[in-house]
Design a protein around this ligand. Sequence first.
Ligand code: SF4
Ligand code: SF4
Length: 301
Amino acid sequence: MLESAYIKKEAAAAGFDICGITRCRKLAEDETRFRNWLEAGYAAELEYLSRNLDKRFDPSRLVEGAKTVVVCGAGYKNRFSDGYPADCGVKVASYACNRDYHTTIKGMLRRLFEALRERYPEIGGRIFTDSAPLLEKRLAIDAGLGWRGRQSLLITPQFGSYVLLGELVLTDEADEYDTPLENVGCGECRRCADACPNKAILDDRCIDASRCISCATVEGRAADGTKLHGWIFGCDECQSCCPYNKRAPQHRSPLFDPVFDPLSISREEWLATDEETFRRKFGDTPLMRSGIERIKRNLPR
Ligand code: SF4
Ligand code: SF4
């Protein structure tokens, strides 16, 4: 039996700001909702979302004998998270100015898993960042970390949506499980839906990926007519306006310090960046996911 207080203490020692623990269960209600969203065509070109559906909604299909999911989060708000000046022509989502969170969060989860294995040598499990088909938002809600905001992201009371998640799926029971937060939510607020320049935020906390700048710049082809409004990688418009993000503290760990300043790079400099320079300057960042050619195509004309 895992001691939940010990797990949370070690999660904090590994650098996480928040940690919740939930039981493994089949997430049937989310499967229905997700299948409806896919069938409505809102996933646009994100074909990978329809893969591994059976695993996505059942953590025990990913880790044999799974009993417990530890959901950890780290606040990453930085100086670009409150939005860019109105005259700024080239914008990058604030998370993308940091080292790639897959690497950072994975390192922190490894440290946590090692600490748990020292105390519970028999324990099995696996670490996940959003690269694996695990429904982390739902698990985070079940683990009492926050709620699903109108713009479909997880909102935490302490760090808003500027939080990066990682999970540890474990093969033992915990002595105590968290429960979803009560009396929290977006209420009457619609700031994110109103702020979205492409009106991609639909009712029922869904996003139309075919209209979303973040999806177009990071995953898809920007040449499909989606207006990018100066964003060349990602988009923070529906986050920087959120009252929970406005009052969130800046990140605590130096692991989430920005490694470049998008305000200091002009359109011309981006256009002149070759593959080698791009790798040298941005090789550790999420921008690699897109590549310099796509970034150049995303630049405003
Ligand atoms: S990321 Fe940008 S385009 Fe996408 S929903 Fe949010 S505000 Fe709209
Ligand atoms: S801006 Fe308002 S509606 Fe949107 S996620 Fe934040 S609190 Fe919810």
